[in-house]
Design a protein around this ligand. Structure first.
Ligand code: NAD
Length: 683
C-alpha cells in the first residue's frame, strides 16, 4: 500500500480512502495504492465488500496533470479499473466534492455510486485537448445513452449530483454521513456485481445522435479531440466494450502527447499559478464587502453587474443624471433578462438588487471598502475624480482605476495616499470577460495587490498582475500585433484576408472586424494625441487615418474596414477600402505582393512574441506565461494554441531569433528586436 491510500475495516466492509491532498489527484502512487487495496480486498476473508472514498474535502477531483507530459508510469488507470470490475466482491464509490476525469471514470468501474449533496461529477478531458482515456466514453453511454454522453463529454460538463441521480449516474444521494450510507449500500450488494460493462448501450434514434453531434461540433468543430470523443461514444452502439476500451486508450495516448493537449496544459498551469500569492503567509488582506463604482457608462455598469453577481454590495455613482439612469437601467435589465430566460430565479435577482444603489451624491461612497473609478479616459477628469474620492471615501478604502492607457502613477501622484491606489483593468463587457489586469504602481502597498487578487477571485475572473506601463500587458501586445497587420495591408494583404487567416487559426474575430465593432475613432483620437511625439523616422501606416477622415468609424457609421449595409452584422468587402489601401502602398512606392494565410499568422505571432519579450525585459510582467493568459482570456487568442509564449518555446530560441531578424527587416524602422532570453527561462 502506498502512503496515499489508507484502508481499514468496518466489520465486513473494507474502507479504502484516497489521501492525496489537496484534491486527491489520481497520481501513480494513488493508482498503485488502489490496485494494492483491491488485491487485499480480494484475498481478505473478513471483507465481503468495499467502499472507495476520498479523504478531506473531495473525491479524486482529477488526474495529476504534471504526469501527462511524460510517459505515464504503471499501473495505468485502466488496470486499476479492470481490477475493481474483476474483483468478485462489490465495490461502492462514495463521492463528495468533485469526481472528475479519471476520478469519475474510476467510479464508473464500481458496482454502485453514492454521493453527498453538492457533489460534481464529469469528464472535462476534452477541455484539455484529450478524451477520457479510462473507459469514460465507453461506460457513460452504457449508463445514460449516447446522446447525453455526447453532450456532457464534448462540453466537459460538470454534472450536479441531483442531475446525476436523475440520469442514473449515481444510485443514491445523501445529505450526510456519506461513509455510513456507503457502507450500508456496499453491505446490501454483498454477493452481487453490477458492472456497467455488462449493460448494453441503449439504442437511439440516428437523428437524435446526429442532432447531439451537430450541437457538440458547433463549439468543437476545429477540435480533433471532440470529433474523436464523438466517434468513441457512438462506437458503443456497435463495438464490444473491450474493443471500444482498447481504441479509446490508444486515441487518448496519441492525443495526450500531441501539441494541442500540451498547449492546453500550458494554459492550465499558467492560469493555476495566478492565485498562488494568496496561498502564502502574506498579511491577511482586508476583506471587501462594499464596492463603489464611479462612472455608470459602458464599463461602470458592467463592473457593477460583475460585483453584484459575486455577492458584493454595490453603489454606482455618476455625476450625469442621464448617464446614471441609463447605467442603472442596464444593471436592472441585465437581471431582468436573466430571470426571463430562466437563467436565474426571480428571488435571487431581487436579493442581488437589494444590494444595489445608484447615486449622484459623493457622500454615498463613504462606506465602500473598494472604490473603482471608470470615468472618461482623460487625465484631468481622473485627477478631479480621485480628488473627490479622497474627500469622501473611508481613509482605509482601496482605490482602483479602470483606465486603459493612462499613467496610474501620475493619477496617484496627485493623491494624499498613493499606497492605496492601483489599477483594476476590466475588459468589455466587464460582466462577461474573464480577464482583469491588476496594475501595481510604484507606491502601491503589496496588501492592495493581494486584495485585488482576492477580489478578482471572488468575481470568478482571471487576474494578471502588471506593472504600470502604457497599455499594461494586453493592449501593449495588441498594439504591436495591430501594427504588424497594418504593415501587411501596405505590403499586399487586404483586411478580409488577414481577418480570415486569423479566424481560421482560431481567433474569435479578425482584428479589422474587431476594430469596426469597437469603433475606429477611439484609436484615431489616440494617434492624433501621440502625433507630436511620434518618431518621424518610424514606419507609420496611415490607412486607418484615411478611413476615419472619410467618416468611416466602423459598424456604428455603417462603414469602416468593411461596409455594413442595412445593419448587417458582418461587413462586406468594400472597393473603397481596397482603393485606399492600394493608394497607400503606391504613395510609398511599395510593390504589392501576395500573402499566404500562413505568412500572415506567422508575422502576427512573431510580433506578439517580440512584444512579450520587451514586456519581460522592462519587468512589466514577472512571468511571461501571464501574457498567454492575457491573450487567451481577453483577446480571443485560441486557448488550444497555448499562446505566443508557448509557441515561441515550441519553436526554439535559435529559430525564433532568426525569424525575428527577418521580421525586423520586413517591418522597417521602428521595429526593435527584443531580447528573448526570458521566454526560455534564461534570465
Ligand atoms: P463611458 O463614456 O461609457 O462612461 C464614462 C462615465 O463616466 C459616463 O457615464 C460619465 O458620465 C461618467 N463620468 C465622467 N466624469 C465623471 C465624474 N467627474 N464623476 C462621475 N462620473 C463621471 O466610458 P467607458 O467606456 O465606460 O470607459 C470608462 C473607463 O474605462 C475609461 O478609463 C476607459 O479607458 C476604461 N475602459 C474602457 C473599456 C471599453 O471597452 N469601453 C475597456 C477597458 C477600460
Amino acid at each position: 500500500m502506498t502512503s496515499k491510500i489508507n484502508i481499514h475495516n468496518e466489520a465486513d466492509v473494507m474502507v479504502i480512502a484516497v489521501n492525496n491532498p489537496p484534491i486527491n489527484a489520481g497520481s501513480t502512487e494513488v493508482r498503485q495504492g488502489l490496485l494494492d487495496a483491491i488485491q487485499v480486498l480480494q484475498s481478505d476473508s473478513k471483507s465481503s465488500a468495499a467502499v472507495i472514498i476520498g479523504a478531506g474535502n473531495t473525491f479524486i477531483a482529477g488526474s495529476d496533470m504534471k504526469e501527462f507530459s511524460q510517459p505515464l508510469a504503471e499501473p495505468h488507470l485502466p488496470t486499476v479499473i479492470s481490477a475493481i470490475e474483476n474483483c468478485p466482491k462489490p465495490v461502492v464509490c462514495a463521492l463528495h466534492g468533485a469526481a472528475l476525469g479519471g476520478g469519475f471514470e474510476l467510479s464508473l468501474a464500481c458496482d454502485a455510486r453514492i454521493a453527498l449533496e453538492g457533489t460534481l461529477v464529469g469528464l472535462p478531458e476534452v477541455t484539455l485537448g484529450i478524451i477520457p482515456g479510462a473507459g469514460g466514453t465507453q461506460r457513460l453511454p452504457r449508463l445514460i445513452g449516447v446522446e447525453k454522453s455526447i453532450e456532457y463529454i464534448c462540453a466537459g460538463t460538470r454534472i450536479k449530483a441531483d442531475e446525476a441521480l436523475k440520469l442514473g449516474i449515481i444510485n443514491k444521494l445523501v445529505k450526510e454521513d456519506l461513509l455510513g450510507n456507503a457502507i450500508s449500500l456496499a453491505r446490501s450488494l454483498i454477493g452481487q456485481k453490477n458492472r456497467i460493462r455488462d449493460i448494453t448501450t441503449p439504442s437511439v434514434d440516428a437523428s437524435d445522435v446526429l442532432a447531439a453531434t451537430q450541437k457538440a461540433l458547433k463549439v468543437g468543430k476545429n477540435r480533433p479531440n471532440v470529433h474523436k470523443a464523438i466517434e468513441m461514444i457512438t462506437n458503443t452502439l456497435t463495438l464490444p466494450i473491450d474493443q471500444g476500451l482498447a481504441i479509446e486508450r490508444e486515441v487518448f495516448q496519441n492525443l495526450r502527447i500531441g501539441t494541442e493537449a500540451k498547449a492546453l496544459r500550458h494554459q492550465f498551469f499558467a492560469e493555476r499559478k495566478l492565485f498562488k500569492p494568496l496561498a502564502g503567509d502574506a498579511q491577511k488582506p482586508k476583506s471587501i464587502e462594499r464596492v463603489a463604482v464611479i462612472g455608470a457608462g459602458t464599463m461602470g455598469s458592467g463592473i457593477a453587474i460583475a460585483c453584484l453577481s459575486a455577492g458584493y454590495t454595490v453603489l454606482m455613482l455618476d455625476q450625469n443624471e442621464a448617464a446614471l439612469a441609463h447605467g442603472t437601467k442596464k444593471v436592472l435589465d441585465f437581471y431582468d433578462s436573466r430571470v426571463k430566460s430562466g437563467k436565474m430565479a426571480a428571488e435571487n435577482a431581487s436579493a442581488i438588487l437589494m444590494s444595489f444603489t445608484s447615486s449622484a451624491q459623493w457622500g454615498d461612497i463613504t462606506s465602500a471598502d473598494l472604490v473603482i473609478e471608470a470615468v472618461f479616459e482623460d487625465m484631468e477628469v481622473k485627477h478631479a475624480v480621485f480628488q473627490k474620492i479622497e474627500e469622501y471615501a473611508h481613509p482605509e478604502a482601496l482605490l482602483a482605476s479602470n483606465t486603459s492607457y493612462l499613467d496610474i502613477d501620475a493619477i496617484a501622484a496627485k493623491t494624499r495616499n498613493p499606497s492605496r491606489i492601483f489599477g483594476l483593468h476590466f475588459f468589455s463587457p466587464a460582466q462577461v470577460m474573464k480577464l482583469i489586469e491588476i496594475v501595481r504602481c510604484k507606491l502601491t502597498a503589496p496588501n492592495a495587490i493581494t486584495v485585488g487578487l482576492q477580489f478578482a477571485k471572488r468575481l470568478g475572473k482571471t487576474p494578471v498582475i502588471s506593472a504600470n506601463s502604457f497599455g499594461f500587458i494586453g493592449n501593449r501586445i495588441y498594439t504591436a500585433y495591430r501594427r504588424q497587420c497594418e504593415f501587411m495591408l501596405e505590403e499586399g494583404a487586404y483586411p478580409e484576408q488577414i481577418d480570415k487567416a486569423l479566424e481560421d487559426y482560431g481567433f474569435a474575430m479578425g482584428p479589422f472586424a474587431v476594430g469596426d465593432l469597437s469603433g475606429l475613432d477611439i484609436a484615431w483620437a489616440m494617434r492624433k494625441n501621440q502625433a507630436s511625439t511620434r518618431n518621424p523616422e518610424h514606419r507609420y501606416v496611415n490607412i486607418a487615418d484615411t478611413l476615419c477622415l472619410a467618416g468611416r468609424f466602423g459598424r456604428k457609421t455603417g462603414s469602416g474596414y468593411y461596409q455594413y449595409v442595412d445593419g448587417m452584422k458582418s461587413g462586406a468587402v468594400d472597393p473603397f477600402v481596397k482603393k485606399v489601401i492600394d493608394e497607400a502602398s503606391a504613395a510609398k512606392g511599395i510593390i504589392r505582393r501576395e500573402f499566404s494565410s500562413e505568412e500572415i499568422v506567422n508575422r502576427i505571432l512573431l510580433a506578439m512574441i517580440n512584444e512579450i519579450a520587451h514586456l519581460a525585459s522592462e519587468k512589466v510582467v514577472s512571468d511571461v506565461t501571464d501574457c498567454d493568459v492575457v491573450l487567451v482570456n481577453g483577446y480571443g487568442f485560441p486557448r488550444w494554441r497555448g499562446g505566443p509564449v508557448f509557441i515561441a518555446q515550441e519553436m526554439g530560441r535559435e529559430k525564433l531569433n532568426f525569424e525575428l531578424r527577418e521580421l525586423a527587416e520586413l517591418s522597417g524602422p521602428g521595429f526593435v528586436i527584443a531580447n528573448t532570453d526570458a521566454l526560455f527561462h534564461l534570465q
